[in-house]
Design a protein around this ligand. Structure first.
Ligand code: B16
Ligand code: MG
Length: 223
């Protein structure tokens, strides 16, 4: 196996916990539509695209809407979400992320973001993290959602690296699957119970040494 040179990061749940703001915005929308929606339901939306998330909520409420109406409500949800995002503070970056990214940069790794969110750019700039990444692949750049590998393949391409030279950091099952579909190993941010398909799980980037982690991951073997 060649040397790992690129690190690809999911955003929500890996770099910052935006899930709570997605939840508050979806909750407000669900209330408007009289759909019961809980924090537990919100778990199902992690890593899932905006439209797919809304379709899950409609399914919970047993409601069917036209494509135009769905677009309209997704737009409303995003406006509510953006109100929270505009107030995002640098302190909300998940523990250890800044240190981990700076250390990896010093050690010469190339880094890209690989997120389903169409708001990744504004979130990174609000957190002062735009410069931390050599490439940003987000929901505005990809056509197919995770578990499709597109987002990570594009990330590797923009970093100028082969897929075998990259590893992925993900907090969602579909994202781990996307990494594997891209031919990359996946570091799960969470527990082995929540991410049984990850190659290794860590609770977060806090205290994580990148070289040690790569050693523990071992060589890539498909299947
Ligand atoms: P937006 P990730 C995902 O981010 C979120 O986990 C998911 O809940 C959200 O629906 C999706 O982004 C789309 O976000 O509405 O901002 O385009 O985990 O892929 O970084
Ligand atoms: Mg995520």
């Amino acid at each position: 196996m060649g040397k790992i040179k690129g690190l690809l990061f999911d955003l929500d749940g890996v770099i910052v916990d935006t899930a709570k703001y997605h939840y508050l915005a979806w909750k407000e929308l669900a209330d408007m539509l009289n759909i019961p929606f809980t924090e537990k339901d919100n778990e199902r939306l992690k890593g899932v695209s905006r439209m797919k998330s809304f379709e899950i909520i409609l399914e919970i409420g047993g409601l069917e809407l036209s494509e135009d109406e769905k677009e309209k409500y997704c737009g409303i949800k995003n406006e509510i979400y953006l109100e929270y995002i505009r107030k995002l503070r640098k302190e909300e970056v998940l523990p250890g992320v800044n240190v981990f990214l700076a250390d990896a940069r010093r050690k010469g790794y190339r880094m890209a973001l690989g997120s389903a969110s169409k708001n990744a750019g504004v979130i990174l700039s609000g957190l002062n993290l735009t410069e931390a990444f050599d490439a940003v692949i987000d929901g505005t750049k990809v056509k197919t959602a995770k578990p499709d590998p597109e987002v990570f393949l594009l990330g590797a391409k923009e970093l100028g690296l082969n897929r075998e030279a990259c590893i992925v950091f993900e907090d969602a099952r579909a994202g781990v699957e996307a990494a594997h579909n891209a031919g990359m190993k996946a570091v799960g941010i969470g527990t082995k119970e929540s991410l049984p398909n990850a190659d290794i799980c860590i609770p977060g980037l806090f205290g994580t040494n990148i070289e040690e982690l790569i050693r523990q991951l071992g060589p890539w073997r498909k299947g």
